[in-house]
Design a protein around this ligand. Structure first.
Ligand SMILES: Nc1ncnc2c1ncn2[C@@H]1O[C@H](COP(=O)(O)OP(=O)(O)OP(=O)(O)O)[C@@H](O)[C@H]1O
Ligand SMILES: [Mg+2]
Length: 251
């Protein structure tokens, strides 16, 4: 299994009229295929900025980003958009579902960006719904008719409908109660077990513990990292390992 995402000397600076804020400062990161990488760090440290920059949603100020060996930094907006559709899936804290469309149509919109085969996308969606524990009638419900956890699972299916090389998630459990959160986390774990590469930002210990590797962002760089290996709920040393690491980081 090789490197699937690599960023070199990544800089991201936000400039207002008077001040420049250097959020990412020559940051380097490498994510291997099949990894479940978690980015932690204090609020405002630049976790979301890093995620959006790595996924090609935002442009770096300086530096290089390669996904599957493709250097995306120099891509035009159009080329980048096409690349992102094929390779990058997203799950956010808010589900960003379109309220005027059914769950199925919300996913269809994403699926149709890559394929014209409506029937195949609908079948794939139904299969994924089953996998994430959503009943068939959910397909035809509108977002307002779904619970928070259901809506997040629909958004999850939308994030993976095009079988992305990397699934990017920003605080995916942030808006959920603990039962819904653990259901959503189980899906992350299951997908990762099946080989899905995941890069997740979270400040939630219950989410972070699922990761195979924890990267701590501070002062614009990855300060340190902890390798936890594959998640197992029976591993009772794991929570203490994570807590110890975060204590060391001053979290
Ligand atoms: N589009 C933007 N324009 C200007 N400044 C920005 C922009 N996006 C983020 N920032 C600034 O960059 C810094 C990092 O923001 P970011 O959202 O990446 O932090 P975070 O680690 O995700 O925080 P949180 O844990 O609260 O979500 C913040 O100080 C923020 O104000
Ligand atoms: Mg954030």
């Amino acid at each position: 299994m090789g490197v699937i995402l690599k960023a070199k000397d990544l800089c991201k600076t936000f400039s207002n009229e008077s001040v420049q804020q250097h959020v990412l400062k020559n940051l380097n990161i490498e994510i291997d295929e099949g990894e479940f990488a978690v980015i932690m760090g204090s609020s405002g440290s630049g976790k979301s900025t890093l995620l959006y920059t790595l996924s090609g949603m935002e442009r770096p100020t300086l530096g290089n980003i390669a996904i599957r060996g493709e250097e995306i930094s120099g891509y035009s907006n159009d080329r980048l958009a096409v690349f992102r559709r094929k390779n990058c899936g997203f799950v956010f804290q808010q589900n960003y579902l379109n309220d005027t469309m059914t769950a199925l149509d919300n996913i269809m919109v994403s699926g149709l960006l890559l394929s014209r085969e409506k029937k195949k996308i609908a079948e794939k969606t139904a299969g994924l719904f089953e996998k994430v524990g959503l009943s068939r009638d959910t397909l035809h419900k509108y977002p307002a008719q779904l619970s928070g956890g259901e809506a997040q699972r629909v958004a999850f299916v939308r994030g993976i409908i095009n079988t992305p090389s990397v699934l990017f998630a920003d605080e995916p459990t942030g808006a959920l109660n603990s039962k819904s959160a653990s259901q959503v986390l189980d899906i992350f774990t299951e997908l990762n077990t099946q080989g899905q590469t995941i890069l997740m930002v979270t400040h939630d210990m219950k989410a972070a513990i699922r990761g195979s590797r924890i990267l701590y962002l501070q002062d614009g760089v990855i300060l340190d990292e902890l390798r936890l290996g594959a998640y197992s709920p029976d591993d009772d040393k794991r929570p203490e390992q994570l807590r110890g690491f975060l204590r060391e980081m001053g979290w």
